[in-house]
Design a binder for this molecule. Structure first.
Ligand SMILES: Nc1ncnc2c1ncn2[C@@H]1O[C@H](COP(=O)(O)OP(=O)(O)OP(=O)(O)O)[C@@H](O)[C@H]1O
Ligand SMILES: [Mg+2]
Length: 608
């Protein structure tokens, strides 16, 4: 049976887990860390770096290092989040061919799903190394408040990484699964998930028999730790500006250093009351002198700087309760998920709002991936029985005359769900009807997210009003939308042309899949070569050290001189194979080296 891994593809950190018997376990990466930074970089030599190794070089290679790509996934070029990213990112962002967002690294542009696919691919390799087998199936989590475009783009990222994403589940729901699965929990709970980039609140009813029912979800896909960091950066920049009249933000490397320092200070202030921010030689003045940045930041100041951000999360909690038609005292447990919930002011705000101490039993960084692994196992194996009922976070509808939004499926409807609507022709012999499908809560269509343009084509030729087309709008368990249509009189399925409003075409995804495959082959070959090279270098060093002694003992005899000459030839051939990066030849020489080494050892032992 295929193993299914669970991946929490985070804004800041990603985590992968798998079911081991009846228990979900997090898989550590090669460095032994249970989470991997969601950071991708391209080096000067064109080499791709992902994770910790990419993070470590992010200051010196700021322009070619992408962090927090999740904030851009599935977004349109012309939107506020993208404009804000343009202001603060150290890497280049350009408009893509479909009004989407592309990222410029060195001489190549990448789509956002491509960047995310590199993180997914890395998590896949972490799992494969640990399990010792190939992995092709995954459950991937997304913020509950992600719309269809963001979900589709995440699915594309999976496909590019060669992963069959068998289900997309919402992050807070995954956390609840991990909390309640197999534990006979029977409670109404709230999940407060404040991560690096996004905020979600979900309210769930968990039944003792493994039923997990989401009753409501709200959130903000542009609210998270990054915004807290930005407040500290603004504060540092303003202070520096006052003192030296220099805007340090203009220097990309300085900006990256500020970003690192701000995050570090923020994390430290969760356990201490005051911290020192020290950035020597942050910028040089026009007069060739270097300036240092040194300031101390107190927890109180941080809390003041971020007060409104925390307040926004509380407002969203309030809204979640209204939509779930519950009072705060009806919530029996509150889960804190996401690294930002380590901040004392966040914990205080949650405790105050829900009037109870939050649950401390779940690991804020790991619980989402663990939940995804549990869901993955349940999908392929009926041993792990449970029923998961999630909801759609946004209303689905169409644009009507006058740019109004007509809601067809309300927000917080349990998925999967569908709704049919009948369209009629308004002109004689009309052969096409255009439908604009959107998601959102506003009555004004323009304020909502356009998912796509669906054009019903090749309609029967008839007087106006006589052709009736039934269009079915469907949201599946992944929260992904699809549309079908049929002619009511002929019962014939009607073809639909879909113009995705953002994101990638099927052809683009296909060519990116090929690119990713090639990369994996290259990477595996590279690893194989590096492994062989390391063994060869060790053997070579040992042989070189033994040669003089061997020469002394047997060099007087013909057979001895012969053996030494042969050994020198093996060494040369090994060197040549290493220079050519020829793995097969190198492996062959490895055997020869080992044999020579055994022989030499025998000679030295006898001679000494
Ligand atoms: N001790 C701490 N105090 C305050 N903040 C912290 C602490 N530890 C981590 N964080 C912050 O938590 C955030 C990362 O959280 P997490 O790893 O849960 O996010 P993510 O899953 O990558 O993002 P998202 O779920 O939004 O996509 C970062 O902004 C990080 O600075
Ligand atoms: Mg998260």
């Amino acid at each position: 049976m295929d193993r299914v891994i669970g991946i929490d593809l985070g804004t800041t950190n990603s985590c992968v887990a798998v079911m081991d018997g009846d228990e979900a376990v997090v898989i550590p990466n090669r460095g032994g860390y249970k989470t991997t930074p969601s950071i991708v970089a391209v080096t000067e030599a064109g080499k791709r770096l992902v994770g910790h190794i990419a993070k470590r070089q992010s200051i010196t290679n700021a322009e070619n290092t992408v962090a927090a790509a999740k904030r851009l996934i599935g977004r349109k070029w012309n939107t506020a989040p993208v404009k804000s990213a343009l202001m603060t990112c150290s890497y280049g962002i350009v408009e893509g061919p479909h009004g989407d967002v592309r990222i410029q690294l060195r001489d190549k542009t990448y789509s956002v799903p491509e960047i995310s696919s590199m993180v997914l691919q890395e998590m896949r390799v972490v799992a494969e190394d640990y399990l010792g087998e190939a992995v092709s199936k995954a459950v991937v989590t997304v913020p509950a408040y992600f719309n269809d475009n963001q979900r589709q783009a995440t699915k594309d990222a999976g496909a590019i990484a060669g992963l069959d994403i068998i289900r997309i589940i919402n992050e807070p729901t995954a956390a609840a699964l991990c909390y309640g699965f197999g534990k006979g929990v029977d409670k109404t709970i709230a999940v407060y998930d404040l991560g690096g980039g996004t905020f979600d609140v979900s309210i769930l009813e968990i039944g003792a028999h493994g039923v997990f029912k989401v009753i409501g979800t709200t959130g903000d896909t542009f609210l998270g730790g990054e915004d807290f960091d930005a407040r500290i950066i603004d504060w540092l920049v303003a202070g520096f500006q006052d003192e030296h009249q220099i805007d340090i933000r203009k220097d990309r490397m300085a900006l990256q250093r500020l970003r690192d320092a701000a995050e570090k200070a923020k994390c430290e202030l969760s356990s201490v009351r005051e911290t020192e921010i020290n950035l020597p030689f942050i910028v040089s003045t026009g007069r060739n002198e270097a300036l240092h940045l040194q300031r101390s930041l107190s927890r109180e100041t941080l809390e003041r700087l971020c007060e409104d951000l925390i307040e926004r999360t509380v407002d969203i909690c309030r809204q979640a309760l209204v939509e779930a038609k519950l009072d705060a005292d009806e919530i029996e447990d509150v889960l804190l998920v996401g690294g930002m919930t380590r901040m004392p002011a966040v914990q205080r705000a949650v405790t105050e709002f829900f009037q109870r101490e939050p649950n401390r039993g779940v690991h804020p960084d790991e619980v989402v991936a663990l939940g995804a692994a549990i869901q993955g196992a349940a999908l392929v194996d009926d041993k792990h029985e449970m029923i998961l009922l999630d909801v759609t976070p946004h209303a689905l509808g169409i644009m009507t005359f006058g740019s109004y939004f007509e809601e067809l499926i309300p927000q917080n409807t349990t998925v999967p769900t569908s709704r049919a609507k009948i369209f009629t022709t308004s002109r004689d012999h009309q052969t096409a009807v255009k439908i604009l499908v959107m998601q959102g809560e506003s009555k004004q269509a323009g304020d909502n997210e356009l998912l796509g343009e669906f054009v019903l084509t090749g309609l029967r030729s008839a007087p106006k009003g006589q052709v009736e087309i039934e269009v079915t709008f469907e949201i599946n368990t992944d929260g992904i939308v699809s549309v079908h249509a049929k002619d009511l009189e002929t019962q014939q399925a009607q073809s639909i042309q879909v113009t995705a409003s953002s994101g990638l075409t099927t052809d683009e995804v296909q060519s990116m899949i090929e690119g990713a495959k090639e990369y994996m082959v290259e990477r595996r070959t590279d690893e194989e070569f590096e492994g062989a090279k390391q063994s060869a270098e060790t053997l070579l060093a040992e042989l070189e050290a033994m040669l003089p002694e061997v020469d002394r003992v047997v060099g007087g005899a013909d057979f001895g001189r012969d053996a030494v000459t042969k050994a020198r030839q093996v060494i040369e051939r090994t060197q040549a194979a290493m220079d050519r990066r020829d793995t097969a030849a190198l492996k062959e020489q490895l055997e020869q080296l080992a044999r020579t080494q055994r022989m030499f050892k025998g000679v030295v032992a006898r001679g000494g």
